[in-house]
Structures are given as C-alpha cells and as structure tokens.
Write a protein that binds this ligand. Sequence first.
Ligand code: ATP
Ligand code: MG
Ligand code: ZN
Length: 241
Amino acid sequence: MARCPFDACDGSGLIVDEATRTVYDCRCRPQVIARVKARSLSAVIPARYRDIGFDRYPVTEIDSAIVTATRRFCDRIEDNLTQGRGLWFMGPVGTGKTTLAMLVTQAALTAGRSAARYSLPGLLSQIRKTFDTGDHNDLLERLTAVDLLHIDDIGAEQTTPWVLEELYSIVNARYEERKSIVITTNILDRETLCEQITERTVSRLTEMCDELPLMGEDHRLDVGLPDRQDAEPVARPGFLR
Ligand SMILES: Nc1ncnc2c1ncn2[C@@H]1O[C@H](COP(=O)(O)OP(=O)(O)OP(=O)(O)O)[C@@H](O)[C@H]1O
Ligand SMILES: [Mg+2]
Ligand SMILES: [Zn+2]
C-alpha cells in the first residue's frame, strides 16, 4: 500500500476514529480509488526505461533547458497533478521525448499517484477491443480517472474519423476533469498537428500542457561502442546519416 500523501491515514484512504468507532474518508481517498482503477490499465514503465534518472545517461545528454523544465515539473508533481497541468514533448525521432515523459510518469508513481502510459496506436487497439467485449465506457472512465495519462507518439497513427473521435473523447474528458496529460509527438508544426489530430484536440492539449521542443538528431543511431557514455557517436554500418 502506498503512503498517505497527507500522513493522515495508513494509506488505505480511510481513517478510523477509535473513540467513536466510525470510519471516514481521508483526503487521499480519491487517489486510492484512481490507483485501484489504474491497475487494470497499461503496465506503466517498460523495461527499456525502467532505470532512467535525471542524473544518468542518456538524460544528462539531452538539451539541458528541456531537462531542467522537466525536472522542475517533477519536483512539483503533486501540485501539477492536482491542477491538471501536463507536458508536451515534441521533436524529431530519437531525441529523448519518451525518456523524459517516462521520468514524469515515474515521478507520479513515486509520489503515490496513479499513472497509465500508452503509445497512441496501442491505446487505440485497446479501445477497438472493447467494442467486442462491450466495456468501452468502462475503459474511457478508467482513462479519465487515472491521475496521469501519458500518451506516446501522437500523430504517428493513420487517422480515420473513428481514431480522431476516440482521441478527442479521451483528451476532452481529461480536460473537463482537470486531469494531467503528458504527450510526445514527432510533429513540430502546429498546423500539421491540427490536420493530423484535429484542431479541437490540439487546442485542449495546448491549454493543458507546457510545450517542450527537443531538437537534434536521432540518438538511436549512436550505437556501436560498448561504453557509449564516453564514446563518440558512431554511425551504424549500413545507414547513411
Ligand atoms: N540527447 C540524447 N543523447 C544521447 N542519447 C539519447 C538522447 N536522447 C535520446 N537518447 C537515446 O536515444 C534512444 C531514443 O530515445 P527516446 O525513446 O526517448 O526518443 P524519442 O524522442 O521518444 O523517439 P521517437 O520519436 O522515435 O519516439 C534511447 O536509447 C535514448 O537513450
Ligand atoms: Mg518516443
Ligand atoms: Zn490518507
């Protein structure tokens, strides 16, 4: 059981008054409920990102202004989640967007808040499945209840009216409930993003999230030497850079 963020209960979200033999809700109870609901959502931190930290490679190599902004957000994660503030990482392939977004998700979990993380294509296929099982509204409700929703790779999906409507429903539900979203996208140009995921979705995301642009080239191509921290980047054989 996670600690009570207010140090008021044993983490269960309930306070027992021994004198009057009554049980009442702790201030943290909504968080406890959101956490239980989130358990059936996507597994949160995938293996590749499990050991990341602000003081470790590769985060130490990422644009320091953007890392600092992310760190500041994480330092005030409780407030940010309570106010429904989010972050929007944008930039070319392999520049560290998902890595930084994972740090935010990790900070939320460490603070005892619930978080779920999906790639947008993965989330959509999850939603498609609910049409067979009939629990579409249930999934949408859980996606709205979770304290932090991290959606990776927005704009990477082939869009159809259905996809756009589903994405809009999720973003709008969280917008209305003042719930935080962290997103990553390869699309830097607002106009293009509007064409890709509709203006009304982009408009809400813009209001909910601080935009953090990452520049540079694809660091996935930096492989080749065993100790890559100290190594000069080496192009992978066979690729033209
Ligand atoms: N600035 C950087 N310096 C060195 N390595 C980096 C840097 N940014 C990312 N990496 C490494 O590059 C790989 C890709 O990082 P990440 O998945 O965060 O990129 P991304 O921006 O989300 O890419 P995509 O747009 O393809 O999803 C990881 O192995 C990561 O450790
Ligand atoms: Mg990514
Ligand atoms: Zn409590």
